[in-house]
Ligand binder design. Structure first.
Ligand SMILES: [Zn+2]
Length: 220
């Protein structure tokens, strides 16, 4: 821990990596019945031939879409490497594709995550960064929260000098319903440590990412 690593920063790290509250899951039969209810709500008959197997498929899809609730993102990153031979430049993984679902409409969010960090003494395998994205993407999300969660978890586990996470994504709740605006993507970013406090480091990381706009915009 460097001198600059003050206690409040460590405490802040600890409090940020919160896990979702555990809920009691309904039975599989309850879930199937809920899908039948939604089919009736849409105006169709869940017992007609073409729809009979649908509740089962939807429930199995949900298990895949929301598998991130069963994984602990902090445990996932625990295995780190300290033999870096003094490497202290930016480590970046770009264009990590993800699929998530917005928590307001349960509609798909599809996009890319760019992750960068400035190691202090620990690095992590790059596949772990991609897995970290998956764990948070496979939950009900809003893009801003997912951006912060990825950055905060990396910050907590690796304790690097800086973390930058930028997400660009299209929200199907905007393209296929509501305002119907296809081709719009939302960009969010979370900068911690040196990327937050040092404008030069921030500019360097943003130019490496090559983000259109290079900043953040509001959720619509
Ligand atoms: Zn939405």
């Amino acid at each position: 821990m460097s001198v600059a690593e003050s206690l409040p920063r460590a405490a802040e790290r600890k409090s940020r990596a919160k896990q979702p509250t555990r809920v009691r899951r309904p039975s599989r039969e309850d879930a199937l019945e809920a899908v039948r209810t939604l089919i009736r709500w849409a105006g169709d008959d869940p017992h007609r031939e073409g729809l009979v197997g649908t509740p089962d498929r939807v429930v199995r899809s949900y298990a895949e879409f929301f598998s991130g609730y069963d994984e602990d993102p902090v445990a996932l990153l625990q295995r780190t490497f300290e033999e870096t031979d003094g490497y202290d430049e930016i480590v970046m993984l770009k264009d990590i594709r993800f699929e998530s679902h917005c928590e307001h409409h349960i509609a798909p969010i599809i996009g890319k995550v760019h992750i960068a960090y400035l190691p202090s003494n620990r690095v992590v395998g790059i596949s772990k960064l991609a897995r970290l994205v998956e764990v948070y993407a496979k939950r009900l999300q809003i893009q801003e929260k997912m951006t912060a969660q990825i950055a905060n978890t990396l910050d907590e586990v690796l304790q690097p000098k800086g973390v930058a996470v930028v997400i660009e994504a299209a929200h199907q709740c905007m393209t296929t319903r509501g305002v119907h605006k296809p081709g719009v993507s939302m960009v969010t970013s979370r900068m911690l440590g040196e990327f937050r406090t040092d404008p030069l480091s921030r500019r360097e990381v943003l130019s490496m990412i090559g983000t259109p706009g290079g900043g953040s915009c509001e959720h619509v």
